[in-house]
Ligand binder design. Structure first.
Ligand code: NAP
Length: 304
């Protein structure tokens, strides 16, 4: 029976960093990724705060480099969807839609997904005006008006990015104060193409073939209004992708995996790294650090 030392589930920054460290340590390592490697970072146009790149670096470029670096150290990458984990005697079996993998350790780096707005019209117009990725879809809205929903770093950063294409970007936030870091707030506030709609929520997305308008509700006055836009970009946070281990390891009430400082989960032999962890700061810089630590911790676990 061929058995891997390390199986990494998820190919974002944490998974690729774990892959670099584990492969470089000559551990027999496979990374399972259901889509394109790179995770959410690959859909970020510009990453300004990853140390070492004074001018910033494009998210896709940074992630392509990490992917090439990991493969260069011998990381095997399998394109598959990991569906479940079964515990055996001294090993685990990861069941995928393409077969099964036996492994001594698992590093979970499944990250987080965009949170949906859960409002009428959202699913109907997904891909026809509703998007969760400005980098992917922004160019379709040249000269048009779009709405961005949310008030965090992602919403403000992507609203700024969309001003390259859209004639006007309506930023709709449910409070009267942004959550985003000050530098992003300041940039948005001086950008004349961004119009703020404070204390408003989107109640419905309407249109015929594509998005034509959104229905807003002011949460202070209760007043409703409609706004003509061609696109809606939702950036209302993320949710953890931890279903594969629910019931197997400890999750916090929001579904994030609880680990110690060495990325051990509550199940010996299973580690977690990156956005999927319960942690203070979800950024590329913390994800890669987690991935490196998880790989070293997995190596120690195997040695013992
Ligand atoms: P976030 O920080 O959790 O912000 C989510 C925003 O959406 C908040 O402003 C929240 O409002 C709002 N919101 C949540 N649910 C909503 C709903 N149902 N309807 C309307 N609004 C809703 O999420 P994020 O911006 O995606 O960022 C996630 C993580 O990635 C953060 O740690 C962030 O720092 C990081 N990130 C960093 C950068 C960067 O450093 N450049 C870029 C992108 C992301 P309230 O404020 O009222 O809660």
């Amino acid at each position: 029976m061929s058995i891997y030392d390390v199986t990494i589930i998820g190919g974002g920054p944490a998974g690729l960093a774990a892959g670099i460290y584990a492969s470089r340590a000559a551990l027999k390592t496979v990374l399972i990724e259901k889509g394109m490697p790179g995770g959410l970072a690959a859909s970020t146009e510009m990453i300004e705060n990853y140390p070492g790149f004074a001018e910033g670096i494009g998210g896709p470029e940074l992630m392509m480099q990490m992917d090439a670096q990991a493969r260069g150290f011998g990381l095997e990458v399998q394109s598959a969807n990991a569906e479940s984990i079964i515990e055996g005697e001294g090993y685990f079996t990861v069941i995928t839609d393409d077969g099964e993998i036996k492994t001594k350790t698992i590093i979970l780096t499944t990250g987080a997904q965009s949170q949906k707005l859960d409002i009428p019209g959202e699913a109907k117009f997904h891909g026809r005006g509703v998007s969760y990725c400005a980098t992917c879809d922004g160019a379709f809205f040249k000269g048009k008006e779009v709405a961005v929903v949310g008030g965090g770093d992602a919403a403000v950063e992507e609203a700024l990015y969309l001003t390259k294409f859209a004639s006007r970007v309506h930023l709709i936030h449910r409070r009267d104060e942004l959550r985003a870091t000050k530098i992003l707030q300041q940039r948005a506030q001086v950008n004349e193409q961004i119009v703020f709609h404070w204390s408003n929520i989107v109640e419905e997305i309407r249109g015929e073939q594509t998005v034509q308008e959104i229905l807003l509700k002011n949460v202070v006055t209760g007043q409703t209004s409609s706004l003509k836009v061609d696109g809606v970009f939702a950036y209302v946070g993320t949710r953890p992708v931890s279903e594969i281990v629910s019931g197997l390891i400890q999750l916090n009430p929001k579904g994030y995996i609880v680990t110690d400082d060495e990325m051990h989960t509550s199940k010996p032999g299973i580690f977690a790294a990156g956005d999927i962890r319960q942690k203070l700061l979800r950024q590329v810089v913390t994800a890669v650090a987690d991935g490196a630590i998880a790989a070293v911790a997995a190596e120690k676990y195997i040695e013992q």
